[in-house]
Design a binder for this molecule. Structure first.
Ligand SMILES: NC(=O)c1ccc[n+]([C@@H]2O[C@H](COP(=O)([O-])OP(=O)(O)OC[C@H]3O[C@@H](n4cnc5c(N)ncnc54)[C@H](O)[C@@H]3O)[C@@H](O)[C@H]2O)c1
Length: 327
């Protein structure tokens, strides 16, 4: 299968190309970036035969089977829907647009072309979370009791980007993925930190789901540790899970289980995923694998832009410092 890349920035170098190289039967034949240096540098580093500054020209000349779109956030909706309207399947990085309108634009372009598309929300493919969902689903089957409450934690170090909501979307979407349902109502509080820069804040979010699950998320921009994980209460059990994060100061990862009867066990990160590369432990390889398998089998990938609309709505509310989002 021949793949082309649109957007040759740091994430293409650091994450996507290394994991595409591991996907059997997949070859990157061309890449494009409006910045010629970035296109050339990806071409040189990964031996990609051809590079371009205009993706239209690249598609015309190299006619790939699918595109991986890794452009900057504010160019994503126009580029991804442009690719789909030229009838090419596309996997695109998050966020699928900055607003609900942009997200719908991508979904409508996919519907019109009939071509598969997928938003790369890697938390939905993190091996620790896949295992956690399996364990909770088994618990629900055996006990007739499911998730009551989720507490999600995203702790970062010196993340003073003015568009931090584009990273926070991972926590919002992960909570939704774990609860397996739609938001009914979301409340957000902001702890502004002018000392760190303009518009820099910690976010504290309360989620109410249609299925009755409650969740909270604490999203902290600069703490003493790089950490991401959750605590889930289901029936009289508690699950604590954390994603193995590269360069994490505590570098943990795995699942801990405890119930009201005192049963306690852990499932270690290596038992869940025996690899150490960040693109394996953080789900990037799995999402690529899923996309290419769907293309081979002629099935639609999970995770179209339609499944991202609520998460984008919440992050757009964060950007505008709104306190309440009702659906
Ligand atoms: N899943 C994750 O954890 C994660 C982490 C980092 C970045 N990302 C996402 O990956 C994407 C890329 O991020 P990055 O860190 O590589 O950014 P970056 O700024 O390093 O690279 C983006 C590239 O896109 C190019 N570009 C912009 N508009 C274009 C257009 N119209 N056509 C072709 N190229 C265009 C830019 O010139 C740049 O080279 C973003 O959507 C970002 O949100 C996801």
């Amino acid at each position: 299968m021949n793949i082309s890349i649109v957007g040759c920035g740091s994430w293409a170098h650091y994450t996507h190309l290394p994991c595409i190289m591991k996907c059997e039967g997949v070859t990157v034949i061309s890449c494009a970036d409006i910045n010629v240096e970035n296109a050339k540098s990806l071409h040189e580093k990964f031996n990609i035969p051809l590079y371009f500054t205009d993706y239209h020209e690249m598609l015309e000349k190299t006619n790939p089977d699918a595109i991986v779109c890794l452009v900057s956030e504010n160019a994503m909706a126009e580029t991804a829907s442009g690719i789909l309207s030229l009838n090419y399947p596309v996997m695109l990085e998050k966020p699928p647009g900055k607003t609900v309108k942009e997200t719908n634009m991508i979904f409508n372009a996919a519907k019109k072309s009939g071509k598969p598309h997928m938003v790369a929300f890697n938390r939905r493919f993190v091996p620790v979370y896949t295992k956690l969902k399996e364990m909770i689903s088994d618990y629900a089957k055996n006990n007739g009791d499911g998730i009551k409450y989720i507490n999600y934690r995203m702790h970062r170090i010196k993340r003073f980007d003015s568009n931090f909501e584009d990273t926070a979307i991972h926590a919002v979407d992960a909570v939704k993925f774990l609860a397996d349902d739609d938001f009914k109502r979301v409340e957000i509080k902001y702890q502004e930190m002018p000392g760190f820069g303009k518009n820099i804040a910690n976010y504290f979010i309360f989620f109410e789901f249609i299925n009755g699950i409650y969740a909270t998320a604490e999203i902290l921009v600069s703490t003493g540790e790089l950490y991401e994980g959750c605590e889930i209460h289901a029936g009289e059990s508690i699950y604590r899970a954390s994603i193995p994060m590269e360069n994490s100061r505590i570098n943990d990862g795995g699942i801990e289980y405890r119930n009201a009867e005192g049963i306690y066990y852990t499932v270690g990160r290596n038992e869940i995923c025996p690899y150490s590369e960040h693109y394996m432990t953080q789900g990037f390889y799995n999402e690529h694998k899923h996309f290419y398998e769907c293309l081979k089998n002629g099935t639609n990938p999970k995770n179209g832009a339609d499944t991202a609309v609520q998460s984008v709505a919440v992050c757009n509310a964060i950007k505008n410092r709104e306190h309440l989002v009702s659906f």
